[in-house]
Structure formats: structure tokens, C-alpha cells
Design a protein around this ligand. Structure first.
Ligand code: 5GP
Length: 124
């Protein structure tokens, strides 16, 4: 089941329809992993489900088990393939307003290739 309120014109929906280019590093039936266009670490990948899910909240509430399993396996495989396992890496998903989610299609950031610093920037 997917969200009714999904914006089909968001950037990642357009990448999935091949209307916009992306530097794809992994793809299967359920998942696409590609390079972030504005990397915030030496390695910065984005993993997205192919289903129409607006956020982690939507995905975790409505995606099927196969989609969820496939998504997390693809993240692990991609991180391993990118050589991130030894040095370690960070997974981040911004969900909604407080987290500053900009693209309303669920995505997981995969960040690594260098020491990443504190998990939350000092904002107080
Ligand atoms: P958010 O802020 O929603 O968690 O993350 C959105 C991410 O999408 C950002 O890291 C941003 O750099 C990335 N991004 C925005 N536009 C594009 C694009 O056109 N192509 C790719 N590959 N990444 C994008």
C-alpha cells in the first residue's frame, strides 16, 4: 500500500522515471541506490525504495515485508561495495519538518569515507 498524498513530481520520483539522471550504484526490483548530488561526506549515497513512500514514517507503516527487507539489504550491500565497512559509516533518514526533510520520497543517507563528527550539529 502506498501513500495517496505522494507528490509524483518530487526529484526522486523523476529519477525513478528516468526523467532526471542519477549516478546509480545499485538497483533491483524494489530499491535504487545512487550518489547524492551535493555530497556532505567523502562518500554520500542515497538509498530509496521504488514504491511511493513520502518518508520513513510512511514506509515503515505501509511497505510490505519484502520491500523493507530488500531496502535494508541493499543498504548493507552498497556500503560494503563502497568499501565503508572497515572504517564505518552512518545511516541517516530525515523524516518530516523537524528533521528538515527536503525531498518527499523516503530516502536513507549513507555517509562515510571519513570521520563524520557529532551526529547532530551544534544548533543551540
Ligand atoms: P533530505 O534533506 O531530504 O534528507 O535529503 C535530500 C538529499 O537529496 C540531499 O542530500 C541533496 O543533496 C540530495 N539531492 C537533491 N537534489 C538531488 C538531485 O537532483 N540528485 C541527487 N542525486 N541528489 C539530490
Amino acid at each position: 500500500m502506498t501513500e495517496i498524498n505522494y507528490d509524483d513530481n518530487n526529484i526522486f520520483a523523476r529519477i525513478l522515471r528516468h526523467e532526471l539522471n542519477a549516478d546509480v550504484i545499485f538497483e533491483n526490483e524494489h530499491v535504487l541506490v545512487f550518489q547524492d548530488k551535493f555530497p556532505q561526506a567523502r562518500v554520500h549515497l542515497l538509498a530509496i525504495p521504488k514504491g511511493r513512500y513520502r518518508s520513513f514514517d510512511d514506509f515503515s507503516a505501509h511497505a510490505g515485508q519484502e520491500e523493507i527487507v530488500s531496502f535494508f539489504q541493499a543498504i548493507g550491500d552498497s556500503a560494503r561495495h563502497a568499501g565503508l565497512t572497515h572504517g564505518g559509516y552512518r545511516l541517516v533518514s530525515n523524516c518530516g519538518k523537524n528533521a528538515g526533510q527536503e525531498v518527499p520520497h523516503f530516502h536513507m543517507h549513507i555517509l562515510g569515507g571519513e570521520a563524520l563528527g557529532p551526529i547532530i550539529s551544534q544548533h543551540h
